[in-house]
Write a protein that binds this ligand. Structure first.
Ligand code: SF4
Length: 389
């Protein structure tokens, strides 16, 4: 299935297809925003072969190595109930073992064969994946001859130098860590599940040591909410000990009920976007690379069911997306039985699940789209000498 994401600024219409990012200057095509014109644009992109995903040779597998987490974030999509005075209740705890890791890698090899994929792209995911550290190594080492890329999404608290070095030597290429804005915000939201302790300084220290000991690519996702947005620039000072030249920074607008209550007008969207653009400018000046806005296609949950990718729980249960993983009502089979027949109604892409469960996604989406569009204008602005960047 082909998808295109249109983003607009006063100067440009950006078309993000699975294969390319194309800019249509608004000065040249003032009518380009009409749905008729966008349909014509889509047809021209199709004619040039830019609408279909590139030919994929890798099978993409997300493996939840632990559904448990050592943090207790109130907004986690894996929360199932308010925990009262304590942290929220989560999806049921399961941990990957070496035995189930080998069943999962055998399944990935079978899917590679049946889908004619020559390599595997692996994402280690949780909960907090490092709570099952040994089995993470087992997965990487058992697939070492077919790995095209291996990454991990971790909260960073357990990412010590020695763990990172062992993962890197076993084939891990990249790490994504999330912060909830500057330290003063992060430490009120991303606290340890046991005891509610702050985590910002330890994560920064871990990342600095990881940079010294390995060549892992590091991506920092900076969550943006109504509470964190104004304080974002302080993050740059607080993370100054990191080598920014080796880090990609992603400003991610997340769902936030308070935001909707306090800022539903277009003016507040603009103010928020202006703040984010100022942050992006400062980040680039500090040496960070800004993450490029994406098309929105997902190799893990895009083509149903399990054609090009799979999402696999710690016990080998198959799901359709990160969002549904760990929820029994969305189980779609196991690595031993394969996908259940007739499970089509349980198939939820990550985007589909988010829009069904996030009533305020429209506001967050407006901010993210406007920021992404203006960020593209910024990144692609001609240099002072008039040459293209
Ligand atoms: S660190 Fe991630 S998985 Fe853990 S509670 Fe927070 S958002 Fe959820």
């Amino acid at each position: 299935m082909s998808t295109v994401r249109f983003l607009k600024t006063d100067a440009s219409i950006w078309c993000l297809t699975p294969k390319a990012t194309v800019r249509v200057p608004r000065t040249l095509d003032d009518s380009a925003e009409s749905s008729h014109a966008l349909t014509g644009l889509t047809r021209r992109l199709e004619e040039r072969g830019l609408m279909n995903p590139p030919l994929e040779t890798s099978f993409s597998a997300t493996i939840l190595t632990s559904s448990d987490c050592n943090f207790g974030c109130y907004y986690c999509f894996q929360n199932v109930a308010d925990g009262g005075d304590g942290p929220p209740d989560r999806i049921a705890r399961t941990q990957l073992t070496d035995e189930s890791a080998l069943k999962i890698t055998a399944y990935i090899r079978r899917r590679m064969r049946s889908q004619q994929r020559s390599t595997a792209k692996i994402l280690l995911f949780g909960g907090e994946p490092l709570m099952s550290f040994g089995p993470c190594l087992t997965v990487l080492e058992d697939l070492s001859d077919v790995l095209s890329h291996a990454s991990i999404i971790t909260n960073g608290y357990l990412l010590t130098e020695s763990r990172a070095t062992r993962l890197w030597k076993s084939g891990l290429k990249s790490v994504q860590v999330t912060f909830d804005g500057a330290r003063e915000h992060h430490d009120t939201m991303r606290t340890t599940r046991a005891g509610g302790r702050p985590t910002f300084d330890r994560i920064i220290q871990n990342l600095r040591r990881v940079q010294e000991a390995t060549s892992l690519q590091i991506s920092i996702r900076l969550n943006v909410t109504s509470e964190t947005v104004e304080g974002l620039p302080r993050f740059l000072e607080q993370a100054a000990e990191l080598d920014a030249s080796q880090i990609t920074l992603d400003l991610a607008v997340i769902r936030d009920y308070r935001w909707n209550l306090s800022s539903s007008s277009g003016a507040s969207v603009k103010r928020t976007v202006d703040t984010l653009l100022a942050m992006a400018r400062e980040s680039i000046a500090a040496g960070f690379t800004m993450a490029r806005p994406r098309n929105g296609g997902c190799s893990f949950c895009g083509p149903p069911p399990g054609e090009g990718g799979a999402v696999i729980g710690p016990d080998g249960t198959l799901y359709s997306s990160w969002e549904t993983a760990g929820r029994p009502e969305y189980a779609m089979g196991t690595v031993e039985t394969g996908y259940l027949s007739g499970g089509g109604e349980k198939w939820q892409s990550c985007q589909g699940f988010s829009s069904d469960h996030s009533p305020d996604l429209d506001h967050a989406g407006l901010v993210q789209d406007s920021f992404d569009a203006n960020l593209l204008d910024m990144i692609h602005a001609p240099r002072a000498d008039g040459t293209a960047p």
